[in-house]
Design a protein around this ligand. Sequence first.
Ligand SMILES: [Zn+2]
Length: 334
Amino acid sequence: MKYKEITDYSFFLDKDHYVYDYSETDSLDIFIKSRKHSCACPQCGEESRHLHATYMRKIQDIPIRCKPTCLHINVYKYECDNPECGTKVFTEPLSFARTSQVRTDALNTLILGMAMFMSNEGASSVLKLLGVTVSNDTIQRLYNRIKFEDDPDVEAVGIDDVATRKGQTYATAVYDLKDHHMIALLGGRDGTTLKEWLKEHKKIKVVARDRASSYAKAVSEVLPECVQVADRFHLLQNLMEHLKNIFKNELPPEIFIRGGQVLDTPPKKISREKKADESVIQQLNYDNTPPTDAYGNPVDYDDSANNYNSAEKKRQAENRKKTKDDTGSTKPVE
Ligand SMILES: [Zn+2]
């Protein structure tokens, strides 16, 4: 097989754009141009080939090799030649970044994904290591800009409570059950905001929810005809709890098993006493001669500090004997 170097880098973006240059210093700058020389007018839809001007758009993208990566796109502006149309000049749209965006959709997704699991400051620092330049204020602005497109005609929804930030603030998330995309994020989880929202969505026939009574109550009050089902997660949770209760009632608190057999009564405890091997003891050789001083005279061990007849020592000996009797691990001291 012969190998051929690829010169087409359009897989970076989309098939309508190609890379015509790049420069690499501390950052990576990629220069991009559109393949097409015509574009449909966003207002009337008529295809225009009437070029008005070009301009450079600079968009930050997901870093390559942890280097700040910037796309420089030579964007075309077209004139709409349809005399009926109100639009005179329009800009070609980019599939990876809308008109006002300075970061690609992919990069914004990465930033928001990171910020979900840490503070804005933390996300900003970690992203900097990866090669993304974004301030914590910008992360907050991105968050504030997230909007959920509500559907007043939705017929089946899933409702669940979510923590918007590290378990601090709770909200109620409403999903379209058809494709599970979020259509509303309501403040609190006591059902008050949900009730108001449901009043504007009277076509709902099915609600999948958790087992919290606040949601059940809100749905019953506003949409009494609506079918309420517990979602899969909570069904499983219900089942597990039920099974646990059955086991708790049916099974004794202690079960004794020996040799694969379940015993009716607790087995007798067997205490094993280790007998010392006599032959090993025979081999041991102690030097029992008393120590001597420099002149060869035996030195007696001075044990005068320990008065074994004191009340304290007697009590300690008594305690030792008692402990051994209780545990039965060793023979009581005679
Ligand atoms: Zn037009």
